[in-house]
Write a protein that binds this ligand. Structure first.
Ligand SMILES: Nc1ncnc2c1ncn2[C@@H]1O[C@H](COP(=O)(O)OP(=O)(O)OP(=O)(O)O)[C@@H](O)[C@H]1O
Length: 230
């Protein structure tokens, strides 16, 4: 599903180089739910951006569904991202002038899917994430937790191989945070969606069955356990 192989990354500003990730290596199998834990500055966002194909690594490889994404051209990568990768952001990133349903449909518009099928898929997912009755409202008419549900539905609508979530509960209160993590766990267990969730919160990480921890750009722990940690 996902293999990160000897991945290193340095940022270059003029003649200066900042090493940020060092020889990161791990695999994620289909249906796994993994937390990528680390404090601020440990390199989580950089790793996520590399895995999602938003940047090219200085060294190493990222293989998704047997395809090394760093070898793809910009066009290939854009197409691959659209069809194989879902993304959930901390700040939801919904389009304010589109309804909830239209927001969820948007990735399918880019794929050229016909309106009727788009609508069916969007409504079905909105029901799954528990906000089917909000489909014709605009994002601003929803709470933060509800907006994140919309963004989760949108990330799943193309049936991606893997979904990356970047601090998905970072803007939410503790109760809503728990509800959103419950939802991600339910989607993982019922639909076998593969999730990699970036977080700096131990509370979020301990809800998943596997935690990969970064410190100062090094992978310092990769721990799995059976059953819910709660
Ligand atoms: N464009 C850049 N140029 C130079 N250094 C960068 C750049 N982007 C990030 N860094 C550095 O890389 C390191 C890791 O940053 P990154 O954003 O990946 O960490 P993070 O773990 O996601 O932190 P946070 O939780 O605060 O988002 C930091 O020291 C940061 O200053």
């Amino acid at each position: 599903m996902l293999a990160v192989e000897q991945l290193s990354h340095r940022f270059r500003n003029g003649s200066e180089e900042t090493p940020v990730l060092h020889h990161i290596q791990f695999k994620v199998e289909k249906g796994e739910m993994v937390a990528l834990l680390g404090s601020s500055g440990s390199g989580k966002s950089t790793l996520l951006n590399l895995m999602a194909g938003l940047m090219k690594p200085s060294e190493g490889s990222i293989v998704i569904n047997n395809r090394p994404i760093e070898k793809m051209s910009e066009n290939e990568l854009a197409e691959f991202r659209r069809t194989h990768i879902g993304f959930i952001f901390q700040s939801y990133e919904l389009i304010p002038h589109l309804t909830v349903r239209e927001n969820v449909e948007l990735p399918l518009v880019f794929q050229g899917v016909k309106a009727k099928l788009r609508k069916e898929k969007a409504l079905s997912l909105l029901n799954k994430v528990g906000i089917g009755e909000k489909s014709e409202l605009f994002p601003s008419q929803l709470s933060g937790g509800q907006q994140q549900r919309v963004s989760i539905a949108r990330s799943l609508v193309t049936e991606p191989a893997i979904v990356f979530a970047d601090e998905p509960t970072g803007n939410l209160d503790t109760t809503t945070e728990k509800e959103i993590i419950d939802l991600l766990i339910e989607l993982n267990e019922t639909l076998f969606i593969t999730f990699v969730i970036v977080t700096h919160e131990l509370e979020v990480a301990r809800r998943t069955r596997r935690v990969i921890q970064l410190r100062d750009g090094f992978l310092v722990e990769d721990a799995s356990w059976a059953g819910d940690a709660e």
